[in-house]
Design a protein. Structure first.
Length: 287
C-alpha cells in the first residue's frame, strides 16, 4: 500500500513538473502551463491569486493578454486587439478573457491555418467548488419560544461559469441542525439555490443568496396532552425563497474561507417570532 502511494505521489510530481515551464517575460520569471500548442500557443497560470494568460507565436515571442482599466474605470480589452492582430483579423467581439473562451478561439484559429494541427477537445465551461461549514442557528422558521440556538453543520457543491471572477452561481446544499435538551428538534435539509456576487474582487466577494427549493427530514420530541413523551418525524418539501448573505475570502490559489448568514428571511415561510440567528463559518476549494 505504501509503495502504491509513493508511486502515485511520484507520478503526480512528474505530471506537475511536466505540465508547466519557467519563462522570463519582460524581466518577470513565471511558471506557465501550456494549454494550446500550435501555430499560436496559449499559456496561462494563476499567479498571486490572479489568472494571467499569454500567447506565443512561432518565432517564440510571448505576449500577455491584458484587460486593464482606464481612468474612467472601464475595461480596455487590449487582449482582443492583440489576438486580432496575431490571427489575421479573426473576430474577437464575443471573446472573453477566460481560459474556456481563449482556448476555443486559439484552437479554432490553429485548425484553420495548419492542416496538420490536431484540435484539442473542448473542456467544460463549468467549474465546481466544494465547501464545508459549521455554525449556530435558532431555526428561525420553526417554533422556538425560548429562542434556543443549536449547532449545525453543512456541505455544498457550488456550480459556476469557468470565469476568473464569476458573479452568478448555483449551489446544492446539505445541512443538519442538531437538537438539544432545551430544544428537542433536529432536521436534515437538502436545498437548491442561487447566488449573485454584488461585490466581486480577486481576494474576496460578498454575495446575496436564495434557497429556492428545500426538502427537510425533521424530528421533534414533545409532551402530548396525556403527559406522554412523543417522538415525531416529518418530511416536507417547500419552495420557500429563503434569502441570505455571505462572503468568500481567498486564502489560496483555489481555496476560500466563507462566512454565511444563511437564513435571514423568507418570502413563503413565516418567521416564528425570533430574529434570525443562522451563521456559519466554512472552507471552500475549487475542484
Amino acid at each position: 500500500m505504501k509503495k502504491l502511494i509513493l508511486i502515485a505521489l511520484l507520478c503526480f510530481t512528474f505530471q506537475f513538473n511536466y505540465s508547466q515551464e519557467s519563462y522570463t517575460i519582460n524581466g518577470e520569471t513565471l511558471e506557465l502551463k501550456t494549454e494550446i500548442d500550435g501555430k499560436l500557443d496559449l499559456l496561462w497560470n494563476t499567479i498571486d491569486g490572479q489568472y494571467r494568460y499569454f500567447v506565443r507565436t512561432e518565432n517564440g515571442t510571448i505576449t500577455e493578454l491584458k484587460n486593464t482599466k482606464n481612468t474612467d474605470n472601464k475595461y480596455q480589452e487590449e487582449y482582443k486587439t492583440t489576438l486580432s492582430e496575431l490571427t489575421n483579423g479573426k473576430a474577437t467581439d464575443k471573446l472573453k478573457l477566460t481560459l474556456y473562451s481563449l482556448r476555443n478561439y486559439i484552437d479554432a484559429y490553429n485548425a484553420t491555418v495548419d492542416s496538420n494541427y490536431t484540435s484539442s477537445p473542448t473542456e467544460s465551461n463549468v467549474q465546481f467548488r466544494l465547501g464545508f461549514s459549521g455554525g449556530l442557528t435558532n431555526n428561525p422558521f420553526v417554533g422556538n419560544p425560548d429562542n434556543k440556538k443549536v449547532p449545525m453543520i453543512g456541505a455544498e457543491l457550488e456550480i459556476f461559469e469557468a470565469n476568473a471572477l464569476p458573479r452568478h452561481s448555483g449551489f446544492l446544499q446539505a445541512r443538519h441542525t442538531f437538537d438539544s435538551d432545551d430544544f428537542p428538534y433536529s432536521t436534515t435539509e437538502f436545498s437548491l439555490g442561487y447566488r449573485f456576487r454584488f461585490i466581486n474582487k480577486e481576494t474576496f466577494s460578498i454575495y446575496g443568496q436564495m434557497k429556492m427549493a428545500t426538502i427537510n427530514f425533521s424530528s421533534v420530541t414533545f409532551i402530548d396532552e396525556d403527559d406522554m413523551e412523543v417522538d415525531q418525524s416529518n418530511t416536507s418539501f417547500d419552495i420557500p425563497f429563503i434569502f441570505g448573505i455571505g462572503s468568500d475570502i481567498k486564502v489560496g490559489a483555489n481555496s476560500y474561507i466563507t462566512i454565511i448568514y444563511g437564513e435571514l428571511f423568507a418570502l413563503l415561510l413565516d418567521n416564528q417570532g425570533n430574529f434570525s440567528t443562522d451563521i456559519a463559518l466554512g472552507y471552500k476549494f475549487n475542484l
